[in-house]
Design a protein around this ligand. Structure first.
Ligand code: NAD
Length: 351
């Protein structure tokens, strides 16, 4: 079974990736947790499809409480967080018990934040079920909820005890949600792994699924290696934001309704690469390769018509861009990325 280990100064934890692992999750959890209570936090979509299966795996050995949330970004809120705290306290959870985040990135981020903060920290496990959560949000310890003023504004770094990834559950993902995750897979290829990028270009749908374990492994390996070197996101980890700066401006302009996060990142990756080419930083024709792969995975690439001032304002307000400088993530070519520190006033050349 493909297994990775995240090695951090204060904590190590495994990432296990295996088709069908959900059918053996009871054994896996028994090996790392011996107390009685487990709270499983999920959403209605995932609960309907897989709730009974996970419960059956754990019911004989543990006392289980399922907390089922409405699906979607709206659940990553302070109100829902408070509801989750209440449910966990009604269950009389203690710091010796366990919480499981069973769902996409919304469930993972919210559950992780609840686990990090309730009673000053309760151990938790990630069982990510969307592609984005399997290759990105479940690894690296960033947990958060949104505020009305912006996304992920209240958060922490809090790592799980383990991450169990079952690629089989991706079969039930909505097509658009799957493509959304593919944008981040493509991002890993762009910033660190040309072979991944080339493989993705060549696979048909069937081959993609045949190789999905390996693809998830490669993405998690890139992410965990970067996180090990820069856990707190002050240097190399910023490379993971390739495409995100402009993407964020696009998402925000359309009030998070027209484009999914992955679609906005796809536009951001293509656009910044074109700018990189024009400035002589990126090899010529790199943006053509990105366009080709985005089209293949049903992702947009063209920047919608937007007011430049508005883009600059959104980018400037981003919590990562304090002071007079900001960091722009570019690629030299597919597989090789760089962080360029620029004066904020020079941002206009990149949009
Ligand atoms: N912590 C991090 O490092 C990090 C990184 C990237 C993104 N994020 C966060 O992740 C969130 C987005 O995550 P997401 O894209 O997974 O969204 P999501 O959690 O809303 O899931 C997308 C949809 O897919 C459904 N779903 C999930 N698994 C399913 C399955 N196996 N079968 C059928 N349906 C399924 C969900 O119910 C939901 O409707 C955002 O809030 C973003 O900020 C966090």
């Amino acid at each position: 079974m493909p297994t990775l280990k995240v090695n951090l100064p204060e904590k190590n934890y495994p990432i296990l990736i295996q088709k069908g692992i959900l059918n053996h999750i009871g054994e896996k959890i028994k090996k790392i947790y011996q107390n009685k209570k487990i709270a499983i936090i999920t959403d209605t979509h995932v609960e309907k499809l897989y709730g009974a299966r996970i419960k059956k795996q754990l019911d004989n050995d543990f006392e289980i409480k399922m907390i089922v949330l409405e699906p979607g970004e709206k659940s990553k809120s302070m109100d829902v967080l408070q509801h989750v705290y209440n449910k966990l306290l009604e269950f009389e959870i203690t710091r010796g018990d366990l919480i499981i985040a069973f769902g996409g990135g919304v469930v993972g981020d919210l559950t992780g934040f609840a686990a990090a903060t309730l009673l000053r920290g309760i151990p938790f496990i990630q069982i990510p079920t969307s592609l984005l959560a399997q290759i990105d949000s479940s690894v690296g310890g960033k947990v958060a909820v949104n505020l009305p003023k912006g996304k992920n504004l209240v958060g922490n770094f809090y790592h799980p005890k383990a991450v169990f990834i079952d690629p089989d559950v991706l079969k039930t993902l909505d097509k658009r949600v799957f493509s959304d995750g593919m944008a981040e897979v493509i991002k890993y290829g762009c910033i660190r792994n040309k072979k991944l990028f080339d493989d993705l270009l060549k696979y048909n749908d069937e081959e993609l699924f045949e190789h999905i374990e390996q693809i998830i492994y490669t993405c998690c390996h890139i992410k965990k290696s970067i996180v090990e070197r820069d856990e707190l996101d002050t240097g190399e980890r910023m490379l993971l934001n390739f495409g995100h700066t402009l993407g964020h401006a696009v998402e925000k302009h359309y009030k998070y309704e027209k484009y999914t996060h992955g679609e906005a990142v796809a536009i951001g990756m293509y656009h910044i690469t074109k700018k990189g080419e024009a400035l002589g930083i990126t090899d010529k024709k790199t943006s053509d390769c990105i366009k080709e792969i985005l089209c293949k995975y049903h992702l947009p690439y063209e920047m919608p018509a937007m007011d430049q001032e508005e883009i600059i304002k959104t980018i400037g307000l981003d919590k990562k861009n304090k002071g007079q400088y900001m960091n722009i993530i570019l690629i030299k070519k597919v597989g090789e990325s760089l962080i360029k520190k620029i004066y904020k006033k020079d941002i206009v050349a990149f949009i």
